[in-house]
Design a protein around this ligand. Structure first.
Ligand code: GDP
Length: 424
């Protein structure tokens, strides 16, 4: 049985926590897209961790963690993360990396940085992890698969061609030092030795696991708004963030994904540039940011303050629909306990018209939020285990959102820890 855990919004919805919680009952956890650009924050009995490449199942001994073919594989980051968790007392996890995954090279990171510099004020707000240059190369068919490290001679020929193209850009567009084939080959040799113990045909492994009825979790990164097809293009990420891509990025049959848990936070936040209709500013935003998440809403990768906003039903309903949601996990509800009243964005006003279906970017730019205001509950809800024990106004908030979303909220997260979860 395959379950996907994905984000309804801009990312940072708490997918890591939900995956870590669901992983107790899973055999295999798979990262199927994205790279080290976003982080999952997990709080468990070993401490607080920020994972960028490893799936959120690495804290259990009974699970296998897979970095699948769809991922932008940053090998030094992956090895660094494995070393870090082991160094902090986590037993050595069982990790497999797809030999068809492609490698994030140092020049991808450089190009990401140079392009952001060149665009200056018009930049995408990239985390400069090399993700866009990496996926561009993948689809331009000049990316490097892990399996290619088995034939360094053939690889050298490919690298010569890559370096030729990259150097033209470096010299004429960016005015930066050129690459050398020898340096790139040395980098690849290092990567070969680092990744060898983990590399295998993970799709073959997963195919067998599916047939054996193993419990598999597909862990998404970011959320629907950042999907290159369905999100707020061009302020999106470079690989699909929708659950459907889980089949491609992990190499499993699409019809095997039976459950799609879409994670949606009780308020909104976003990192980087791009349309965000229910964004709030000033003191109101600062307070929510300070109280938000677990110790404030700051980027797990960059430490940047996240942009804050009220819950956006227009974006979330769209986000859930494109994910193919079967269950909603509604997270970080505890944080809203300080508010007298809670605005919820129920529609957009665009050129004087009320819109409830999420429009394309060009119209989003003109959208103004329409709010309905719900009463707050003004109490701490952490530690509550049963839905009926939540304050009435808190349940009303959940039920209002559930009804307007049109998807069942089956899990409520009321704290950062594994045990802070209410099943409905
Ligand atoms: P992801 O990228 O979707 O995994 O999200 P993040 O790693 O950014 O998680 C959001 C933050 O919220 C992290 O600091 C989590 O520890 C924290 N978190 C997750 N669920 C809850 C919750 O229910 N309540 C609180 N207060 N914090 C939570």
């Amino acid at each position: 049985m395959v379950t996907a855990v994905v984000g309804a919004n801009w990312g940072d919805e708490g997918k890591g926590k939900i995956t870590d919680t669901l992983a107790q009952q899973a055999d295999i956890i798979v990262r199927f897209q994205g790279g080290a650009n976003a982080g999952h924050t997990i709080v468990n009995n070993y401490g607080k961790f920020s994972l960028h490449t490893l799936p959120s199942g690495v804290f259990y001994q009974h699970t296998t963690s897979i970095v699948a073919n769809g991922v932008a594989l940053n090998i030094p980051k992956l090895i660094g993360e494995i070393d870090e968790i082991i160094g902090r007392g986590v037993p050595k996890p069982n990790i497999l990396v797809s030999d068809r995954a492609q490698i994030v090279m140092s020049y991808h990171i450089l190009f990401d940085k140079y392009e952001e510099e060149r665009l200056a004020g018009r930049s995408f707000g990239s985390t400069k992890s090399g993700i866009a240059p990496f996926y561009s190369d993948k689809y331009a068919k000049i990316g490097i698969q892990v399996s290619e490290l088995l034939d360094m001679e053939a690889l050298r020929e490919k690298v010569e061609n890559v370096v030729l193209k990259k150097n033209i850009m470096l010299k004429y567009l960016y005015n930066k030092p050129e690459l050398s084939v020898d340096d790139i080959m040395r980098e690849l040799e290092e990567y070969r030795d680092m990744i060898a113990p983990y590399a295998c045909d993970t799709a073959l492994y997963l195919g067998k696991a599916v047939r054996e009825g193993k419990r598999i979790l597909l862990e998404g990164q970011l959320g629907t708004m950042k999907d290159p097809d369905h999100g707020i293009y061009p302020m999106v990420t470079s690989s699909p963030t929708v659950a459907g891509y889980g089949a491609v990025g992990a190499g499993i049959p699409p019809y095997e994904i039976k459950k799609i848990v879409t994670v949606s936070k009780a308020y909104s936040s976003a990192v980087g540039a791009g349309e965000f209709v229910s964004e709030i500013f000033g003191e109101e935003a600062e307070e929510l940011r300070r109280r938000g998440g677990d110790g404030g809403e700051y980027g797990a990768t960059t430490g940047r303050p996240r942009r804050m906003g009220w819950y956006d039903l227009v974006a979330s309903r769209y986000g859930c629909r494109l994910q193919g949601t079967t269950d909603v996990a509604f997270t970080v509800l505890d944080v809203l306990g300080y508010l007298d009243e809670i605005p919820v964005c129920t529609a957009y006003e665009i050129d004087g018209e009320i819109v409830t279906d999420f429009p394309p970017t060009v119209l989003l730019k003109k959208a103004k939020p329409v709010y309905e205001v719900l009463p707050g509950w003004k109490t701490e809800i952490r530690g509550i285990k049963r839905y009926e024990d939540l304050p009435e106004n808190c349940r009303k908030y959940v039920e209002f959102i559930e009804e307007r979303l049109g998807y069942p909220i089956t899990m409520i997260s009321n704290g950062p820890g594994r045990e802070d979860i209410i099943y409905r």
